[in-house]
Design a binder for this molecule. Structure first.
Ligand code: BG6
Length: 370
């Protein structure tokens, strides 16, 4: 069942490239137009959508947070992301022009299901991004976009995360097409960039796994970790922190890197491991410079710097103690590669500590109570 791997998590991380690839498969019809799986929403209603609210829990919520950056940039409508269990109890503003996007690997998470029911009762349309055919969440939604990651067995979500980002990006491009927010060739070029990602993820698996393993060996006994990122690197930092706490039972916090000076830097002491997601260095990327200055700040306080960064980034080479390299790719695509070494790192740490990586204590794969 594990296909030669010694855990499902191992197998599923190695299926990250295929999960992205399969989720992209068959999305274009013969006219070159993008298609979703099931859309029971009238075209004029879709055109009128003026706000998106993503509801989800755990890893799925971080996928939604990544998608916010891309969809707002492409479609030019506001995208909010909210934890499903918070959404329902705060009297959210929902209109027939709000599209609620429910993201769920299992399709059975009760918090997410209750949130989508609430949204529909208020007259909003709901689109599900789900990995399980015919589950409750897609069944109760107005439209469905399936992630084709294949069954995910390990409790900590890995391949579903990259598939969820991919699906949410397809949704963004679909809305851009319907609303005429992007030119056809821009949509095509973005899809091409997405299609190039499975190969780049594979490169990480092939070339960075040994470095990740060595880092885990060096850091096995670390008591806590900070994870920092900006822009799309922020939810990736949150997800990296979540993976490590879920399966290696290590105290972790994920922060927006810009927030460092407003509080978290107080935690930084000699030897504290701090993981930075560093944005692409090309051009005059202002985000890159900001993240590097964050690295300088914590380095000056004696932190151990672990960076996820673009191949050959000279600033990172100068400051980081350990680097997980990513191949060059556009900023909006970078979460699909950046999360992969963090998934491997959490798994290696948990294995080195002797824990069952597939069945972490106290957690369930699908939480069907509110
Ligand atoms: C949690 C799982 O309880 O539910 C997480 O342990 C998962 O891994 C979260 O991200 C949401 O699950 P789903 O199935 O709705 O994506």
């Amino acid at each position: 069942e594990k296909g030669g791997w010694d855990s499902f998590m191992d197998k599923e991380i190695h299926e990250d490239p295929a999960a992205v690839q399969r989720t992209l498969l068959g999305r274009l019809d013969k006219n070159g137009d993008l298609n979703l799986d099931e859309v029971r929403i009238e075209e004029h209603e879709l055109k009128a959508i003026d706000k998106i609210i993503v509801v989800a829990c755990g890893t799925a919520a971080y996928a939604g947070q990544v998608a916010k950056y891309a969809i707002e940039h492409w479609v030019r409508i506001p995208v909010e992301i909210e934890l499903a269990h918070e959404f329902r109890y705060r009297d959210p503003i929902l209109t027939p022009r709000t599209l609620v996007v429910a993201i769920s690997q299992s399709g059975e998470t009760m918090d997410t299901l209750m949130a989508l029911r609430h949204a529909r009762e208020q007259g909003s349309k709901v689109l599900a991004i789900c990995n399980t055919q015919g589950a409750s969440i897609p069944r109760e939604s107005d439209a469905v976009l399936y992630t084709h990651a294949g069954p995910e067995v390990a409790v900590a979500s890995t391949k579903a995360f990259v598939a969820q980002i991919t699906a949410a990006y397809v949704l963004g491009l679909y809305l851009a097409q319907v609303k005429g927010a992007m030119f056809r060739d821009e949509i095509q070029a973005t899809l091409d960039a997405l299609k190039a990602m499975p190969r780049k993820i594979q490169w990480i698996l092939d070339t960075q796994a040994a470095t990740v393993r060595k880092a885990a060996e060096q850091l096995t006994d670390a008591k806590s970790f900070l994870f920092l990122g900006r822009h799309v690197g922020y939810p990736v930092a949150m997800e990296g922190a979540l993976k490590l706490k879920e399966i290696a039972y290590t105290f972790t916090e994920g922060f927006a890197a810009g927030e460092l000076k407003h509080g978290p830097i107080a935690l930084v002491d000699e030897g504290e491991p701090v993981v930075f997601i560093v944005p692409p260095a090309r051009g005059r990327n202002v985000l890159h410079a900001k993240v590097i200055s964050g690295i300088e700040e914590v380095k000056a306080r004696g932190a151990a710097i672990i960076a996820v960064a673009e191949e050959g980034d000279p600033d990172v080479e100068r400051y980081a103690d350990i680097v997980f390299w990513r191949p060059k790719c556009p900023t909006l695509m970078s979460p699909l590669v950046d999360v992969v070494p963090l998934q491997l790192f959490a798994m290696d740490m948990a294995k080195l500590k002797g824990y069952d990586v597939d069945k972490p204590r106290n957690l369930a794969k699908s939480v069907t109570v509110e």
